[in-house]
Structure formats: C-alpha cells, structure tokens
Design a protein around this ligand. Sequence first.
Ligand code: CIZ
Ligand code: SF4
Length: 319
Amino acid sequence: PAEDATHVEEIKRLLVEQNAVLVAHYYTDDAIQQLAEETGGCVADSLEMARFGARHEASTLVVAGVRFMGETAKILSPEKRVLMPTLEATCSLDVGCPEDEFAAFCDAHPDRTVVVYANTSAAVKARADWVVTSSIAVEVIEHLQAKGEKILWAPDKHLGGYIQSKTGADMLLWDGACIVHEEFKAKGVEDLKSVYPDAAVLVHPESPASVVSLADVAGSTSQLIKAAKELPNRELIVATDRGIFFKMQQAVPDKILFEAPTAGNGATCRSCAHCPWMAMNALDNLAGALREGTGEIHVSDELRHQALKPLTRMLEFQA
Ligand code: CIZ
Ligand code: SF4
C-alpha cells in the first residue's frame, strides 16, 4: 500500500541522515527483511545479527527482532545507539526464565557450568558462564563435556534435550519452551510426508523431540537455509517460524517449500508458526523509532560487564 511506500522512503532517508543501519531477524516481516537488504543492513540469525552490528561502523543500530537481540547488540556495542521498533517484543523463553528464579536454580547447583541460550535477558546472561545460539550450541557443549564439566542449561528444554541426545552430556534442563516451535506436530509432519514422500524435513531444534526425530536436517535458522541449498530434494517441509521463507525461497527459487503443520490433523495453520513478538516489528513503528528516537535499549554498565563475559566466550569460541 501507499502508506508502506511512504514509510519505506522515510526509513531509507532517516537511516542515511542518522548514520544508522538496519539489522533484521529472519522471522520479521518480508517488508522489513527486504528493507534491511536494500539498505546495506543484514538479515540473519541472532548470532550473525550480533556480529554484524558490532563490526559495522554505523553509530546507530536499528534492531528488528525481539528484545534480547537489542540487548545483545547494546552489550557488544555500548558506544552505539541501539533502537528497536518496539520494546514490547519479547520471547517466551526470556519471559519464562526470570532472573531471580534462575539465580536460585544456579545457586542450588554450584557444581554445574551454566550455559544459557541467547534468547534470555541480559540479567540471565550475566549469571551464565557461557551464552550460545542454536548455531553453535552442540559444539560448545561437546567442548565442555570433553573437559568433564556438568551443565546447567536454560531456558529451552527442547533445544537442551536435543543437545543432550546429540552429545550425551550431563545436562540439567530449565523448563522453558518457544511458543511457536512447540506447536509443531509429528503427526502432521508424517501426514504431509505421506503426500510428498520425496520431501526433506527441516526442523529447528526448539521443536519437540517427536518432530526433531523426523528431521533430515535439524539446525539453526542459518543452518536450515544452508541445508535447503545443499539437499537434492525439490520439496522441503520446514518446521520453524514462517518468516524464514523469505530468505529460504530466495536461496532456492526452484524448490517448493511447505510449512510444517502445527495441528495434528495435517492441516497447515497459517497463523500458528509465526512469532507474535517478531510480528510486532512493522514499517510504521520502525519509522517512528528513527523519527522520534523511541525504543532505545539501555543496559547498565554493571550488567553489561557481567553479560559481556559469557557472550565474548561464545564469539571467541566460534572465531
Ligand atoms: O527462535 C528463535 O528466536 C531463533 C531461532 C533465534 C536465532 O536466530 O537464533
Ligand atoms: Fe522466542 Fe520463539 Fe519468538 Fe524465537 S520464535 S523469539 S524463541 S518466542
């Protein structure tokens, strides 16, 4: 619509005027991902968003995603102004792991190395020995296991269980889940697979184990896009937020992508596999943030220093 075009022009102008760059997650709306691409920003998973933002010479980062992504950007780039289209965009993993309860859990298990998923608040990261994203979680846990360490893992129990099954590590799991991925149903994937027997199944490991067990490839968003390119299959059944289809279809224009069903009867639910918090990022509030300077992320110096340690471990481990 005309209104969108007006917002797009305004955002492009403000990005230049304010020496700002747009960093967007794969799960945001197509229009936002497209704008990030067109303006020299990036569309990525949370690890690459953080790296890109830290390396970029812009003085303002506009982070289209959810709260923890903005916080991570600020922790890694304290000298930059970090804006988000809305500060209301959170994550069920973050919400389900409050700092006080998490600290008590850690205190009760002092013999364990604390590894937290990136989808957590700065305060929870501050309590951790390691932060990981789903792209490198298995490798980090293998590394710790080789040193004989026992793990306390938070917050995603499905991802934790998946890593445990891959590595055999001793992991104590926090009871958290992603409300989007938890909805995928094995029965629905099996039914779809019976209609398209040659389709490969791609699953993000925030999904239940019964769904991951059907996967030809389980991995992070960036790993799933890579797999879509490398697999010979022409048809792909994809169990992750449908925002990923924008970049995945670009990567494999000739392949047919199916959303994995979120209902047991095999019917594809058009609205379930989309994160309600990612969906809060829109062209109008993005333009508003740049115009008014709203949605700025602040992290106290103390918290920043504490959270930087486990984040730096992650970045250095991968480098
Ligand atoms: O589910 C999410 O929020 C993911 C996959 C985040 C990320 O990019 O690691
Ligand atoms: Fe959190 Fe799930 Fe949304 Fe990702 S998709 S931000 S894990 S609720």
